[in-house]
Design a protein around this ligand. Sequence first.
Ligand SMILES: [Zn+2]
Length: 344
Amino acid sequence: MFIKRLVLILLFILAPIAALASSDAAHPVSPEQALQMLSEGNLRFALGQPAHPNTSFSRRLLTTTDGQAPFATVIACSDSRVPVEILFDQGVGDLFVIKVAGNVADTDEIGSAEYGVDHLGTPVLMVLGHTYCGAVTAVTTGAEVHGSIPKLVDNIVPAVEKAKHEHPGAEQAELINAAIEANVWQAVDDIMTKSHAIAERAAAGKVVVVGAIYDILTGKVRIIERAGAATAAAHAAPAAHAAPEAHAEAAATEKETPAHGDKAPAEKHAEPAKAEKKAEPAKAEEHAAPAAAKDAAHEEKAAAHAEEGSSGGGFGFFSFIIFVLLLIGAVFILDKKVLNPEDK
Ligand SMILES: [Zn+2]
């Protein structure tokens, strides 16, 4: 009787410890790692060598019992030629995707982005435009739109006006491409000015906000840089530069490496006009921030992610319940067969 109780007490002390230990194993993906995963996945897709990761039953089971922990939030166009998980060669539970015609960021899209970035803690927020975007083309060419579409595309109008202003006399195709890029930055600006939660996380280096263009023909995603973007602010989020070597593979095929996106959006968007004026040479961005700052940012991110992993309630809780039920079963069997075999 005494041994049985001792076993019971020990098991119930060990169960929560085991559950806690398992929740610590939740993967804290850094912004650099997340960008690297996107870059590598896109490379596999573009080369026609997709790995189709995380599509098995076990993945579905894991993300059901433990909850979702996507590593990137992506706002992309609804265009059927822009299948986000496929073009990044990702699977179930990997990406938090917001699809809307013209990849605009209005209230619902910003709210969804906040869910991905602030609630789920994705270390990357990407606004993904694409070549041959019908929505941007319609606004650029002044096509007539009906129903609810005017209210949708009004978010694109400022981007088109900006492109026309910056490219006077440009041919239509060139103008559309410029508008597609400007429209990506328009969405980024809309998010950063209207979402304090995302702006704060960006300023703290907990999320890297990047703009990108997907080429529907080549299948490649290109991280874009804002022309004349201020670079002093980039130092506020040094983590984006922390692992340049990690992009070697992608850099071989792409001129711009993913980590060189919109490094410090919060600063830029706080004073966009001022930022534009600074217009330092792009290479100024190469000034690496002090190693200590990088480490601090890394630690902070890791801690934040670990914190979210547990507060998200995903990992741990169901595992814990299953573990306890199994233990109770084991104790029962032990009790019947081993400790008191004569009780029948
Ligand atoms: Zn589109």
